[in-house]
Design a protein. Sequence first.
Length: 172
Amino acid sequence: MAPSSTERRCTVPGSTPTHFAYRTPLGRVTIASDGRAVTALAFGEQTLPGAARATELTNRAANQLQEYFAGKRRAFDLPLAPAGTDFQKRVWKAVADVPYGETRTYSDVAAAIGSPRSCRAVGAASNKNPLPILIPCHRIVGANGSPAGSGNDAKAKAFLLDMERRAAEGRS
């Protein structure tokens, strides 16, 4: 993926954050790192604080994303350090366990973390996921099976789900 001409920035407390912007089929994505792990992956033109510099880790993440979008990668091999509450991290761990090409509902995730009545809180935690795609919140759908979200978020989820289904079925 080619770096874009403008960067987004991300800060991780107590570290020297870096970030770099790359192009994907979903548009510009900025990958942020604290030097030890990927801390954020964000789409669009948001401005985030930090040093605009590609690193071995951001480049490795970008290469794995490129392989993912090409249908050649189904799982990511990257150190991840998402910032969030204990509840959010439990949700994100459950989301990360959803296999490529499959979906789960918010109710399924709530049950998986032992809080079957927390569907709305699971949705809120999924919405706060700082590492979309790497922690595949797009695989979490509404009770009716449709991608939850609004506007571009729902379109991006539908694109990713369709891409994964096609790759899992051997089509591209």
